[in-house]
Design a protein around this ligand. Sequence first.
Ligand code: AMP
Ligand code: ZN
Length: 114
Amino acid sequence: MNDCLFCKIIRREIPSTIVYEDEEILAFKDIHPVTPVHILVIPKKHITSLAELQKEDEAVVGRIYTVINEIAKKEGIFEKGFRVIVNCGEDGGQEVKHLHFHLLGGKKLGVKIA
Ligand code: AMP
Ligand code: ZN
């Protein structure tokens, strides 16, 4: 057991709106959406950040991208396009210390990245 917010969501100790789940991956709606579709996709294994990724995690990260495509289709944003963001560390603006992929879509996003 740990104090990580997203691990608590995985364990159903904190409510969330889950849109996808399998043995290794969970996806749920961001509580403060910045776009009409804003979903967080996470590995169930607690990986602190992208910077902590281990060789053994490569497969699940690869699968996360496949799952993102599936969710994008389900959410109706696959055809028009979407954006995937991973914030890493302090300068990257990472607030929750459990690796997560933001899936953003449902409107035309700007080109500015910083
Ligand atoms: P980041 O800044 O990349 O660490 O993103 C963390 C994201 O988690 C933010 O977009 C928050 O809105 C989102 N978030 C924080 N708490 C919750 C929660 N309980 N359920 C869903 N999303 C959350
Ligand atoms: Zn965690």
